[in-house]
Ligand binder design. Sequence first.
Ligand SMILES: [Zn+2]
Length: 72
Amino acid sequence: MLKQYNCIICGHVSNQPFCHGCMSKAKQYYETILEFIKVNPDATVMEIYNSTSVPLGVIRGIIQMGWMEQSN
Ligand SMILES: [Zn+2]
């Protein structure tokens, strides 16, 4: 059974943390986070949030999407 989410950015019901329409925006946020992580590999979620001004819920959603696990 698919898990139901409300899109973190627009609130629409979706089967993932970001709906289809907000995916490109989420990727932009992800790029911003990725740039920060490159320079600060040990940064916590709070440090990412404070330094990039990406909304906390979006950061958590990106982690839920598994995008952060690609960088090691
Ligand atoms: Zn959305």
